[in-house]
Design a protein around this ligand. Sequence first.
Ligand code: ZN
Length: 301
Amino acid sequence: MGIVATSFRDELLAAGLLVPLGADGLYGRAAAFEDVVDALARLIVSLGAADGAARIRFPPIEPRSVFDRTDYLRSFPDLTGAVVTFRGDDAGHARLLAAADTGDDWTELLEPADAMLCPAVCHPLYPTLTGTLPAGGATYDLQGWCFRHEPSVDPARMQAFRQHEIVYVGDAAGARAHRDRWVERGTELLADLGLDVEAVVANDPFFGRVGRMLATNQRDQELKIELVVTVASADQPTAVVSSNCHEDHFGAAFGINTAEGDVAHSACVGFGLERVTLALLRRHGLDVERWPSTVRDRLWP
Ligand code: ZN
């Protein structure tokens, strides 16, 4: 896949759709790219509005206390990003500058800022829901930047990207229904946009020995369904939407209860805005103006 992924990236860069920032997986986005992202976001907002989703936007950074409670560190330590800062005095500042001037690793002199880069946009939501939910649960529309440390030449594997999520928090049956409804809606939307989409049971790259157990549970319980399409390589389709049942993982961690007094379950569907955009560029060509009118009319009605 390496060669195919690289050549698709080269085409995107040559067309000026992505702007290289000097590190794998970090790009600027040109206007034509952003226009598609904005159009997709509008479509997802209107689909979410049908569920009465309350729209909230969080920053791409969460308090470390929140990150700790999500247990992300157990599953994906290798993808995390922590914010560090300088907390020293004048003498420390001099050491910092000396290290920088001599080309040494000055970041070793920084200290944790008690903040983490969000690996998933729904994390900051849960601590705001501690307590008792309204009867029937609640649905939220979230969009924001995520960070995952997996530098790659595959343009679909960015280190910083946007997720647009519709999250349900309520009882177990409601969470399953939300997940299944959004697998359907996501499939329909992507098919409307001309993509050949397939729903598959996900297999997340959980880390290490504990991770293999978590991966087996995720697969056996069919907790996460991904919608996959061709982006960089036809042999290895890319997940562009994932619809995920968390069971009571976040409900228990953040003390969220249903109106009936049970620990809340949650489910979220996440659209990878860059990935869907890339899939459309791959499918319909790099000149957005020349995309089929059916696709353009759906994006810009
Ligand atoms: Zn989520």
